[in-house]
Design a protein around this ligand. Structure first.
Ligand SMILES: [Zn+2]
Length: 179
């Protein structure tokens, strides 16, 4: 049986799920992205969203050589589903940003060295609601022209730091009760 092409719609869904980056949290590379079957093609003989993931060529090779185990890939896939299903793209990018810049981006008190306009509270509200971050408020932060914009800072709670570690290590991210 010849291997059919992966449909464009499925490719897009997989790329979107992974944020157009390698799905391995310690890598998150953006070049030479490939479509990997978690259970191998010769066993499943179908292209199915649940069984596929985006990997960069480098990580793909590490999976093929079994340096990265398939069980780990399965966990990364599960975590992606939780993160993309529950949080905004901005929230998820914040987690990636911190992992990309770790440990410099977060100080010992869990504070992220970034300030956002106060209106961004809405964007990050999912992480607040689930107890992963809290806001710090700054009065009259930067002056943009004539307008002075109040700003918020972001502080990761203990639970938030644990979320980052779980995401990075591919440990199962706890599902928060929908409330
Ligand atoms: Zn990679």
């Amino acid at each position: 049986m010849s291997r059919p092409a992966i449909l464009a719609q499925l490719k897009r869904a997989l790329l979107t799920e992974a944020g157009y980056r390698c799905a391995i949290p310690t890598c998150r590379g953006t070049s030479s992205l490939q479509f990997e079957h978690i259970d191998e093609w010769h066993k499943v003989k179908e292209h199915k969203f649940e069984n596929m993931i985006i990997l960069c060529a480098n990580c793909h090779a590490r999976v093929t050589s079994k340096e990265i185990h398939k069980d780990a890939i399965r966990k990364y896939k599960n975590n992606l589903a939780i993160l993309t299903g529950r949080y905004t793209t901005a929230e998820w990018r914040l987690l990636d940003f911190i992992l990309d810049n770790s440990p410099d981006a977060v100080d010992q008190n869990g504070k992220v060295r970034l300030r956002f306009p106060q209106s961004d509270q809405v964007t990050y509200y999912g992480l607040v609601k689930d107890g992963y971050i809290v806001f710090e408020h700054y009065k009259a932060g930067i002056a943009i022209g004539e307008t002075v914009s109040n700003q918020i800072g972001i502080v990761f709670t203990q639970k938030g730091v644990e979320l980052l570690q779980s995401y990075k290590n591919g440990q199962t991210i706890q599902k928060v009760d929908m409330g």
